[in-house]
Design a protein around this ligand. Structure first.
Ligand code: HEC
Length: 216
């Protein structure tokens, strides 16, 4: 009797990674092209993301986390919703792309036909062509990680623009991308007299709090 009960429980909650739907999306045909267009520019060797998403093995092992990151729109990082406007070079994923990734994971992450794999990812030289204006921070800056995991800095940079005009694009180029986590750019209001170089001392990473749940 106990054995019957156990097997019912096991059947009632199948692990999706063991069920492969042959008719659903596959990695090579459906998922890899999305990641090529939307993720690999950062998730490749030498780029800013901390791990690579260039192969079936790398992507499938993170399947559930990738679904969560795209459904919550943490990834790709892009805060400007296409509900408001459309932008050239937008990273906003179409809902169908998110659905494809989720259906692929739910279907057991089938690899598909490896013979149709995309060619190896080639990083593109991602630098704005012919910028009309460049500015730099006044002094080179070496981060200080003393006592914390992050060094969060605010730099005030005078763009040295004398006349009004339209900005059609901009790019931040850190001299060491390996240690730059993110960059937030503000245009100060006319009250710029109050703007000054600033440093936030971040909280140290919280130490694990002992679990309060009672055993059982
Ligand atoms: C503009 C660069 C960039 C692009 C494009 C990008 N990522 Fe990321 N990704 C990052 C960085 C940087 C981190 C590390 C973030 C951190 O440490 O907080 C990260 C972290 C992650 C993580 C782990 C953290 C989390 O939020 O779950 C996942 C999963 C992920 N990316 C998936 C993707 C997928 C899938 C795509 C494409 C659909 C993508 N990323 C596109 C830069 C990028």
């Amino acid at each position: 009797m106990i054995l019957v009960l156990l097997s019912l429980i096991a059947c009632g909650d199948p692990d999706p990674s063991f069920t492969v739907d042959e008719h659903g999306p596959t990695y090579h045909a459906d998922v890899a092209p999305i990641l090529r267009a939307r993720c690999e520019g950062c998730h490749s060797a030498g780029q800013i993301a901390p791990f690579t998403l260039n192969s079936y093995d790398e992507v499938s092992i993170l399947g559930a986390q990738i679904v969560d990151s795209v459904e919550t729109r943490r990834m790709p990082p892009w805060l400007a919703s296409d509900d408001c406007n459309t932008y050239e070079g937008s990273r906003w994923l179409a809902q169908e792309e998110i659905d494809t990734i989720r259906e692929w994971v739910e279907a057991g992450k089938p690899e598909g036909d490896a013979a149709s794999a995309l060619p190896a990812f080639e990083p593109v030289e991602d630098v704005l062509a012919n910028p009309t204006h460049s500015v730099a921070i006044a002094q080179p800056y070496a981060p200080d990680f003393e006592g914390s995991d992050d060094d969060y800095r605010c730099f005030v940079v005078d763009p040295q623009v004398a006349t009004d005009g339209f900005v059609t694009g901009y790019q931040i180029i850190p001299s060491d991308p390996e240690i730059v986590h993110h960059m937030i750019l503000y245009l100060p209001s006319s009250d710029s007299a109050r703007i000054r170089p600033w440093r936030m001392t971040p909280l140290k990473r919280a130490t694990a709090t002992p679990a309060t749940a009672t055993p059982g």
